[in-house]
Design a protein around this ligand. Structure first.
Ligand code: PNS
Length: 194
């Protein structure tokens, strides 16, 4: 019988309960699911790829058929490399649809054999995005119930380091490499949601 391997690509900066909800749903219908974190040098992430990978690995440890990987370049090329036939994406609201449709059709043009499958997370997560989680955390709001405990802890650690750095107490004036400090300005090229 044909086994279906799917990839779930994204930025996951940070991973949220909405992502976890989709991973759980995906793990039930695909034989294998690879959560694939995009290594994007043009992006200005809050968390390094290594941190995001660790968080996602911890979050998905309970799912036997789910693994975590990173990739760069085109998603369709990555899918081909790992022999996946499905690309999983989440759609929360109509506002996601236009962008997701565009991406799905472009990916189909690039790789007709790869099928995009959209799934909806639980409605309680329909307003949830990594961008909003970052913003709420940065402004001191509660992110309980929006992200897994481990991610919440990592976010709080980042905020603490940022405050110490702002007060000139940490890092001897040096910023940690790769990931961004929460108070830093994002580059203008940054894309809308996530
Ligand atoms: O979580 P995100 O940021 O919405 O995920 C977007 C992602 C990573 C799926 C998309 O940007 C992507 O596939 N990037 C890889 C480059 C690529 O294949 N671009 C063409 C997309 S049609």
């Amino acid at each position: 019988m044909k086994r279906i391997k799917a990839i779930y690509p994204g930025s996951f900066d940070p991973p949220t309960n909405g992502h976890l909800d989709l991973i759980e749903r995906g793990s039930k219908i695909f034989d294998e699911l690879v959560v694939a974190i995009l290594r994007n040098p043009e992006k200005d992430p809050l968390f390094s790829v290594a941190d995001r990978r660790k968080m996602l690995e911890a979050m998905t440890a309970g799912f036997e058929n789910v693994s975590v990987d990173t990739f760069d370049g085109l998603t369709v090329d990555y899918a081909l490399r790992v022999e996946a036939s499905v690309l999983l994406r989440g759609i929360r609201a109509i506002s996601d649809y236009e962008y997701e449709l565009q991406m799905a059709l472009m990916n189909r043009k690039l790789q007709p054999g790869l099928e995009t499958v959209f799934m909806m997370p639980a409605e309680k997560y329909s307003y949830l995005s990594s961008r909003l989680v970052r913003e709420v955390a940065q402004l001191g709001g509660s992110i309980d119930c929006l992200v897994p405990e481990l991610v919440g802890q990592k976010l709080r650690e980042k905020m603490d380091v940022a405050h110490k750095f702002e007060n000139g107490k940490s890092h001897g004036g040096k910023m940690p490499s790769e990931s961004r400090m929460p108070f830093e300005r994002k580059s203008k090229s940054r894309k809308k949601k996530v």
